[in-house]
Design a protein around this ligand. Sequence first.
Ligand SMILES: Cc1cc2nc3c(=O)[nH]c(=O)nc-3n(C[C@H](O)[C@H](O)[C@H](O)COP(=O)(O)OP(=O)(O)OC[C@H]3O[C@@H](n4cnc5c(N)ncnc54)[C@H](O)[C@@H]3O)c2cc1C
Length: 143
Amino acid sequence: MAKQIQAKLIEKTRISKDIYKFKIQADEIVKDSKPGNFIEIRVSQNTEPFLRRPISIYNIEQEEGTLEFIFQVKGKGTQILSQKQEGEKIDIIGPLGFGTFKIEGYEKLAIIRRRNRNIPTIRTCKTSQKTKQTSTNISRIQK
Ligand SMILES: Cc1cc2nc3c(=O)[nH]c(=O)nc-3n(C[C@H](O)[C@H](O)[C@H](O)COP(=O)(O)OP(=O)(O)OC[C@H]3O[C@@H](n4cnc5c(N)ncnc54)[C@H](O)[C@@H]3O)c2cc1C
């Protein structure tokens, strides 16, 4: 079930000019999270921007209770988010979405993704490696 938490930003990495990776402490969300889930982030305590921003869960570490997400600065919301500093708390709701279907029990997987839309599939690939499944990751498919 989705929960609203104040998650501490424990690691902020600037991957490129406008792309960031955040690692947050989110035990309550991590324990219920499945590959393909996303979170909703309240980027500001003010009413502007009013709506939460949805961001996919890129990775989780069950034992640590940590969650990572990667985002590109697009507009006002992600711009404000990119200015958060390590140690700050971030208001998030999650896990949300149905996630990918259960992948255990299948011998081979074909993971199909669009270029630059690969964040949720990375965790599916990682899970398939843990369960020793063969996964074929097909990317660079244009719409
Ligand atoms: C389920 C889900 C998962 C997602 N996961 C990820 C993820 O893992 N990583 C990620 O980077 N993104 C992800 N996104 C996309 C992300 O939510 C959006 O990029 C983010 O909400 C943009 O918010 P923003 O406030 O920065 O931009 P907004 O201000 O909402 O702007 C969005 C776009 O509109 C343009 N725009 C804004 N105002 C105007 C205007 N006045 N005139 C013209 N154009 C304008 C902006 O330039 C921008 O391109 C996901 C979205 C969904 C629905």
